[in-house]
Design a protein around this ligand. Structure first.
Ligand SMILES: Cc1cc2nc3c(=O)[nH]c(=O)nc-3n(C[C@H](O)[C@H](O)[C@H](O)COP(=O)(O)O)c2cc1C
Length: 174
C-alpha cells in the first residue's frame, strides 16, 4: 500500500504532527511526506491512503486545505485520515468542531472511506497573542496560564498519540 502524509502548516505545529505520523508509518509501509503546496492533483493517483493535516483557522480548516479537499475528484481510489492542530485552550474549547466536520463532510461527498481524525493542541503564534487575549477578554493572569499551557504543545506525548493513531489505522487497513 502506498501512503501519503500531506499537510499545510503556517507555524510548524501541524508539520510536527505530520512528521510523527510519517515516521511511524514509514517503519512498515511505503509512505511519503509532502507539504500540501508541493502536491499536484495528478500525484494523488498513486496512493491508496492519504493523511491530510490542517491547522484550525477561524474555527474551520485552513483555506489551503479546503481548496485541496475541493480539488479531489469523486471516487479518487484512496482512503483518508486527517489530523488537525488548534489552540483551543485560548479559543472556545469546541472551536475546532467545524474543521473536524469539514473533513468528514468532504470525505462523504467524495465517496472516500474516512478512518478518523487526530486533534492536537498547538502553540499560538506570538503574532496573534495580543489580538486573541483582547478578543477573548482574558485577564493577564488567565492569559499567562493559558499561554503556559499551549506553549507546551505539540510535545513528545502528542507525537506519541499521533503515532498511535496512525499505527492503528494502518493495522486495521492491512
Ligand atoms: C489566522 C489564525 C486563526 C486561528 N484560529 C483558530 C481558531 O479558531 N481556533 C483554534 O483553536 N485555533 C486557532 N488558531 C490557532 C492555530 O490553529 C494553532 O496555533 C495551530 O496549531 C497552528 O498550526 P501551524 O503551526 O501548523 O500553522 C488560529 C491561528 C491562526 C494563525
Amino acid at each position: 500500500m502506498k501512503i501519503l502524509v500531506t499537510y499545510f502548516s503556517q507555524t510548524g505545529n501541524t508539520r510536527q504532527i505530520a512528521n510523527a505520523i510519517h515516521n511511524e508509518i514509514v517503519k512498515k509501509q511505503d509512505c511519503e511526506l509532502i507539504a500540501l503546496e508541493n502536491i499536484h492533483p495528478e500525484d494523488l493517483k498513486k496512493y491508496q491512503m492519504i493523511f491530510v493535516g490542517s491547522p484550525i483557522h477561524a474555527g474551520g480548516l485552513a483555506a489551503q486545505v479546503t481548496a485541496f479537499l475541493d480539488s479531489i475528484p469523486i471516487d479518487p481510489g484512496f482512503t483518508m485520515a486527517a489530523f488537525i492542530t488548534h489552540a483551543a485552550s485560548v479559543y472556545e474549547p469546541a472551536s475546532f468542531n467545524k474543521g473536524v466536520k469539514a473533513f468528514e463532510a468532504s470525505a462523504a461527498q467524495k465517496n472516500i472511506a474516512f478512518h478518523g481524525i487526530f486533534s492536537c493542541q498547538g502553540k499560538l503564534t506570538t503574532a496573534l497573542h495580543d489580538f486573541v487575549k483582547a478578543s477573548k477578554k482574558l485577564s493577564d493572569d488567565e492569559w499567562e496560564k493559558r499561554k503556559a499551557e499551549f506553549n507546551q504543545h505539540p510535545n513528545a506525548e502528542d507525537e506519541k498519540m499521533a503515532s498511535a493513531f496512525a499505527r492503528k489505522i494502518i493495522e486495521d487497513a492491512t
